[in-house]
Design a protein around this ligand. Structure first.
Ligand code: ADP
Ligand code: MG
Length: 434
């Protein structure tokens, strides 16, 4: 029997606003507990929310970037549940009228072109944090995160493997960081992914019963969690068991998923439009203004790199994976005038050094201008490419100017033919036999 895995993703992206979705408290990460909390976030009686315009614009930017329908009138609703880190007793979110509607999102999966459908993306606030390991026998509540703006990006169940799901997630990551609407840092929870997973026999048209793996916080874990959960479901069904629809937790240390809670049905939350907030109504002129503020997006950049710098599709796709890498490449290529050389050095030595020392172009000890100079010194014959690798290692470990290092280490290549010939003559004269 051949099985097929079916995956739909719900991706939470923390928006890079200064203040919260409905209050003026700061959203800065890593501050002392309960120092970034306003009366609104604490739900003190008599307080009222005010919508953060920047969050609305960022959500619209995302929608426009993926070519989605924009909800010209979107409505905030209350999702009611009780939890200690949710002082209001409800989360303000969107349900029937989200700010971003349907879209088809093209994704390259290891060279294979796929299209996955976006169901919608909505704006919502984050909850606070319950900390269970700070005080023995007690749970501590930190409300700093309460009210932080999120967009939740929900796909159709269109992915058929862990690799497809990860490729989609990477694509979303690239888009949100290009747009600058989120730092996308998964380790800090700025982007979190819930994976809905089911299996069915190949050729079957009905979907199987799904489980939802919550809050996975790295690309690698998303891949592992889906593979492990799909294998668990297949083994269970093959041994005569049945899948229960439930929420599960991925434990990377044990390499397993385990049940968290059985899935509540949606209407348990008693959703209703928030009476404290008016619908968000956008004008066509808002859309036009936001559209014209969009930066160049990955696909357009890729095409431009191919036509402007004559790079291969492969090189261009690697170099446009992040906006910062693309900028680094463009600066290097422009300063040294050798795009192919710049691409080779960035994808070769620089990538290797960054991987080795876990750094990124933002923290690279070699600024683009200095890498450009190194390439220029190869191209103008000052040093050979072999010596250039030596210089690269030195300036990577000890940030300094390329020319200064070549001079200091005596690495200049001698291209004076008569000087070389006299050395050759001398060597031959002294080593007749050899
Ligand atoms: P809920 O609102 O209860 O979480 P939705 O129907 O909105 O449920 O689906 C949430 C996510 O689960 C979506 O990303 C959707 O694509 C995915 N999904 C729904 N059914 C399945 C299934 N049978 N297998 C895999 N994913 C599914
Ligand atoms: Mg869900």
């Amino acid at each position: 029997m051949e099985w097929e895995t079916v995956i739909g993703l719900e991706i939470h992206v923390q928006l890079a606003t200064q203040s919260k979705l409905f209050s003026t408290a700061s959203t800065q990460f890593g501050q002392s507990p309960n120092t970034q909390v306003s009366e609104v976030d604490m739900a003190l009686p008599g307080t009222l929310p005010t919508v953060n315009r920047a969050a609305i614009e960022m959500a619209v930017k995302f929608g426009l970037a993926v070519g989605a329908e924009i909800g010209m009138t979107s409505v905030f609703e209350r999702k009611n549940y009780f939890y200690a880190d949710l002082p209001k007793g409800y989360q303000t979110t969107q349900l029937d009228k989200p700010i971003v509607g349907r879209a088809n999102i093209p994704v390259d999966v290891n060279g294979r072109g796929c299209v996955f459908r976006l169901h919608h993306a909505h704006l919502e606030e984050d909850a606070g944090k319950s900390i269970h390991d700070a005080y023995p026998g007690q749970t501590a509540i930190d409300l700093n995160r309460a009210g932080t703006p999120l967009i939740e990006i929900v796909t159709e169940p269109d992915m058929r493997s862990a690799a497809e799901a990860v490729a989609f997630l990477r694509k979303i990551h690239t888009i949100i960081t290009y747009l600058g609407i989120s730092d996308g840092d998964m380790s800090q929870g700025s982007m979190r992914c819930d994976a809905n997973v089911s299996v069915r026999l190949k050729g079957e048209s009905e979907l199987g019963t799904r489980t939802e793996i919550k809050n996975i916080n790295s690309f690698r874990f998303v891949e592992k969690a889906i593979q492990i959960e799909s294998a668990r479901q297949i083994a269970l069904i093959e041994s005569g068991g049945k899948i229960t629809q439930e929420t599960r937790l991925f434990d990377p240390e044990k390499g397993e998923t385990r049940p968290m809670r059985s899935k509540e049905v949606a209407n348990d939350y008693r959703y209703f439009p928030c009476p404290d907030l008016l619908p968000v109504v956008l004008e066509t002129s808002d859309i036009e203004r936001i559209k014209s503020s969009l930066p160049e997006l990955p696909e357009a950049k890729l095409e431009r790199f191919v036509s402007e710098y004559k790079l291969s599709d492969y090189d261009a796709s690697l170099l446009t994976q992040s906006a910062s890498l693309a900028n680094y490449f463009e600066t290097t290529a422009t300063v040294c005038g050798d795009a192919k050389g710049a691409a080779n050095w960035i994808m070769g030595e620089l990538s290797a050094a960054m991987n080795r020392d876990q750094s990124t172009v933002e923290t690279s000890p070699i600024p683009a201008e200095n890498l450009a100079k190194l390439i220029q010194r190869i191209n103008d014959g000052t040093i050979s490419s072999k010596i250039a690798k030596q210089v690269f290692e030195i300036i990577w470990n000890e940030p300094s100017d390329v020319d200064v290092i070549i001079e200091r280490e005596g690495l200049k290549q001698n291209s004076d033919a008569s000087a070389i010939e006299s050395v050759v003559d001398e060597v031959i004269a002294n080593s007749q036999k050899q």
